[in-house]
Ligand binder design. Structure first.
Ligand code: URA
Length: 246
């Protein structure tokens, strides 16, 4: 179905309907061949340029972002948010782009964001058990019983009314105690839930403290090597299939 270009640009955050109509009247929006498009045109699809720059991805879009430490995932925090890493107009898009599950302010790593509300809902639902892998640095060495306690499931964290599902703790490759990581301060934790500060609270419940937390994998998708901390890009179809997002 032909889509109104003015509405498309406004929904992509390029300005109000009035501002966008002005852009179109000024010839700032062209097709791939450089032909200007006007306020009455519909979206021809494909590549469009705004002031010579490629149009932002149309909805629905999913982004893959390497969240650095120190930014929050919320849309409405007074401090630095993940939106400050995206072009400012991304915060004005309709439908809104929202994180699929959150990473806390002090954690880094793989974060997916989408404007597909149904997809977001599906992936964050407690019924959807996509694995998330976290690289953990602890304040104190592992005791050796953490892997078994996590694997058994049933831990009840402070302020939660439901026990945890089983989770996996993997010792660092080359750890002196490969089965349980005993004595080591580095490990990997694999969760199928996404509760508030879950990894930090799991270790706190056992008297330890997480110093660094980094999400390295969601489902079958590892944080892409081409994304340094703070960088993002639209997810590629083969990456979306690996999560899987379908
Ligand atoms: N567990 C945490 O403690 N924090 C996160 O951001 C994700 C999982």
């Amino acid at each position: 179905m032909a889509r109104d270009l003015e509405k498309l640009l406004s929904n992509l955050g390029y300005g109000s309907r009035t501002q966008v109509a002005r852009l179109l009247r000024d010839g700032a929006v062209t097709d791939a061949e450089g032909r200007p498009l006007g306020p009455k045109d519909s979206d021809p699809g494909g590549v469009l340029l705004v002031d010579g720059e490629p149009l932002d991805p149309r909805a629905p879009v999913t982004l893959v972002l390497h969240k650095p430490v120190g930014v929050v995932c919320s849309t409405s925090d007074p401090g630095a948010t993940v939106y400050s890493l995206l072009p400012p107009r991304f915060a004005a898009r309709k439908p809104v782009i929202a994180p699929i599950g959150r990473l806390d302010k002090e954690s880094s790593g793989l974060l997916l964001l989408t404007d597909d509300g149904a997809l977001n809902h599906r992936l964050t639902s407690p019924k959807h058990h996509v694995e998330k892998r976290y690289e953990v640095i602890l304040d104190r060495p592992l005791r050796g019983d953490e892997a078994a306690l996590f694997a058994a499931g049933g831990m009840l964290l402070d302020n939660d009314d439901r026990p945890l599902l089983p989770a996996r703790l993997l010792a660092r490759p080359g750890a002196a105690s490969p089965a349980d990581g005993a004595g080591d301060t580095v490990c990997t934790v694999v969760l199928t839930e996404g509760r508030y500060h879950q990894v930090r609270r799991m270790f706190a419940a056992l008297g330890n403290h997480v110093l660094q937390l980094h999400r390295s994998v969601i489902g079958g998708l590892a944080l892409p090597d081409d994304l340094p901390a703070g960088a993002w890009r639209p997810i590629r179809p083969e990456e979306a299939a690996r999560v899987p997002l379908a």
